[in-house]
Design a protein around this ligand. Sequence first.
Ligand SMILES: Nc1ncnc2c1ncn2[C@@H]1O[C@H](COP(=O)(O)OP(=O)(O)OP(=O)(O)O)[C@@H](O)[C@H]1O
Ligand SMILES: [Mg+2]
Length: 238
Amino acid sequence: MIEVKHLKKQFGGLTVLRDVNLTVNKGDVVVLVGPSGCGKSTFLRCLNRLEEPTSGEVLFMGQPVNDKDIDKVRAKMGMVFQHFNLFPHLTVKKNITLAPVKLGLMKQEEADARALELLGRIGLADKADTYPNMLSGGQKQRIAIVRALAMNPEALLFDEPTSALDPEMVGEVLELMKELAQSGMTMVCVTHEMGFAREVANRIIFIDEGEVKVDKPPKEFFENPENERLRSFLSKVL
Ligand SMILES: Nc1ncnc2c1ncn2[C@@H]1O[C@H](COP(=O)(O)OP(=O)(O)OP(=O)(O)O)[C@@H](O)[C@H]1O
Ligand SMILES: [Mg+2]
């Protein structure tokens, strides 16, 4: 579903991603980990072209991701951010329906119905006409996820979706992500939630020195880390 070939990203003289190669298959739940500053966010942002790669190629569903039709690519490859990025001046329902209506994927009525259905599924139908600042962090993030789902995406990218949340709200967001994973959604998640990685991911990837250094199923990843720097990383996060 997503194919990354020789991806390189520099910021001025700083090479963040040197040579990243990765294939994400339909239904994969990939958790990305690595030291702070190793380029995890940059990598996700290169997938949907929030950053322009310096060189290399990203293919999504067989098509090269470039500036052409980028809105359609982003609709089908949704992204969830650490700080939710809901529009504060729009109601919850409007946050969810804005993009699909603007892109011409749905009429307003259809999008409204879909928004209510999705909100119902996460138990927040009663918040449809509320503004984001009236919601808890966990509610905001679950709504941000629903907003991505409203586009009927083929894949979802998550960049530390729970790290801005109070601890008691982390669980509800991870639970929703787990349900999505179990429903077959293709997901690439940057997260420090190692319990989630162990339980839900089918692959865990360690990025270091601008490359994918380890790509293993969770059990092997945690129980038999051959890479010296991964061992050191795990000793700090576990
Ligand atoms: N727009 C930018 N301009 C210049 N440098 C940048 C830019 N974005 C990121 N960087 C640099 O690229 C490196 C990788 O940043 P990135 O945010 O991708 O790391 P990360 O692995 O997500 O880190 P963290 O775990 O702290 O979120 C860092 O050194 C950062 O300072
Ligand atoms: Mg980051």
